[in-house]
Design a protein around this ligand. Sequence first.
Ligand SMILES: [Zn+2]
Length: 187
Amino acid sequence: MSTLIAEQLFSFCPRCGAHAFGWRYQRLFVCASCDFHYYVNAGAAGGVIIVDDRGRILLTRRSIDPSKGRLDLPGGFVEFGETAEDAIRREVREELNITLGDLDYLCSFPNRYAHKGVLYDTLDLIFVGRVHNLEGMRTMDEVEEIVFVAPTDVNFCELAFPSIRKALELYTARAAGNKPRAGASTS
Ligand SMILES: [Zn+2]
């Protein structure tokens, strides 16, 4: 099955049915017959860098396509009416059976996500989160394995998506820069 990008999705107008529905420019379809306008927007998705009390990052190995078998951050698509934080908390419960503590916004990066023949444009909103209690954590929805890695040991080639790689590059660079220098006073 070929994968369609946004401008290839529709050719018939959903309002009048004319075979005159075309991609006008970025995000916008227009019907040449009835002037119906329809925007295809990037989907919002949330991901979270969960750090344990030793500073290690929690990564999940994907059990489904796209990028099955590769490492990812917990998270997923934001539902209508949800905040990114709500979506991340819901996804973390569904994927790992744990409850997230505070979330701090880190960054956003665009991504493309292939599903059942459509390539969806997304905007991935990445947060840093803490978990106070990992008891009961287990692999659930869409997760094959849970992996903890030190920021210095992240294998960027093994990550599922460019947006996740860029967010982890940013986080690990900051974590390295924020470390106290050897011998520096901590007072
Ligand atoms: Zn029309």
